[in-house]
Design a protein around this ligand. Structure first.
Ligand code: SF4
Ligand code: SF4
Ligand code: SF4
Length: 261
């Protein structure tokens, strides 16, 4: 597959709505009744402020706030922004962050449980927007569960996640796998090929093994890798020795598109 055949995900315009609340005393029969009504309204307001927000109200508030902040900044490249690997259809970062209302439907829809919320340390504006974590699984575009049609995209109510027509796993680049040779067991005496086997099983053949030496070593073929995360999800380097040498991440990690620009 050539670079030109790969399709980045594009968003579509989406809007968010707001909710208005109206209310007030219907009438006042006397000063005491008016005071009681006002006190009751204040109590109700205080109670409401302490209650956790409902998903829909919270989503609207966060979504509207994020959009307003983005418009105010005029750009996404704000201080503290930490690039993330996004679910299919979320590769237009500024569109995702502004259109996502943090409803969490995509997390719930993902049959592999690989969608996680972005944390505040990843950037305030992107907080709780969806990111991919390959700790325990990888994204197969819902091939097993939905015939290759991403359920996260299908369930997103605002098209924050949106794919061009005809986009498939093979043509949608989520990120790029990068091997840290200093931590990879195959570059030591240990030997290992879990990532290679996982990539073959995933159907991408984007890792090749060098033929020299007793232990073949994996190398990512960049224009074949789509960032599915299968290799990262099976990497055993942290469990099998690299952590002793100071590693904090697995030896193969999918890097976000933004870091590759
Ligand atoms: S395409 Fe499917 S497996 Fe991949 S992140 Fe979306 S819901 Fe999860
Ligand atoms: S389903 Fe869409 S709007 Fe809801 S959290 Fe996921 S990306 Fe955001
Ligand atoms: S992310 Fe890993 S398993 Fe997926 S295509 Fe790239 S090298 Fe292969």
């Amino acid at each position: 597959m050539s670079e030109d055949e790969k399709v980045g995900a594009h968003g579509a315009d989406a809007g968010t709505g707001g909710a208005q609340e109206a209310g007030g005393p219907a009438f006042a029969g006397g000063a005491r009744e008016a005071d009681a009504a006002a006190g009751g309204a204040q109590d109700a307001e205080r109670r409401r402020a302490k209650e956790p927000l409902s998903v829909s109200r919270r989503s609207l508030l966060i979504g509207a706030g994020g959009t307003a902040a983005l418009l105010g900044l005029g750009a996404l490249r704000y201080a503290g922004h930490n690039p993330l690997v996004r679910p299919p259809g979320g590769q237009d970062e500024s569109h995702l962050v502004s259109a996502c209302i943090r409803c969490e439907k995509c997390y719930e829809a993902c049959p592999r449980g690989v969608i996680v919320p972005a944390h505040v340390e990843d950037g305030l504006l992107g907080m709780r927007s969806p990111a991919l974590s390959f700790d325990d699984g990888w994204c197969d575009f819902c091939a097993q569960e939905n015939g290759g049609v991403p359920l996260c995209v299908a369930t997103c109510p605002t098209e924050a996640l949106a794919l061009p027509e005809g986009a498939v796993a093979q043509s949608t680049v989520l990120g790029l796998a990068v091997i840290d040779e200093a931590q990879c067991l195959a570059f030591r005496d240990t030997g290992c090929r879990y990532c290679y086997d996982a990539c073959v099983e995933a159907g991408f053949d984007a890792i090749e093994l060098s033929t020299e030496g007793a232990n073949p070593q994996p190398h990512v073929i960049e224009d074949k890798c789509v960032g599915c995360g299968a290799c990262e999800s099976v990497c055993v380097s942290l469990k099998a020795g690299s952590i002793a040498s100071g590693a904090t991440k697995r030896a193969v990690v999918v890097r976000p598109l933004e870091t590759l620009e």
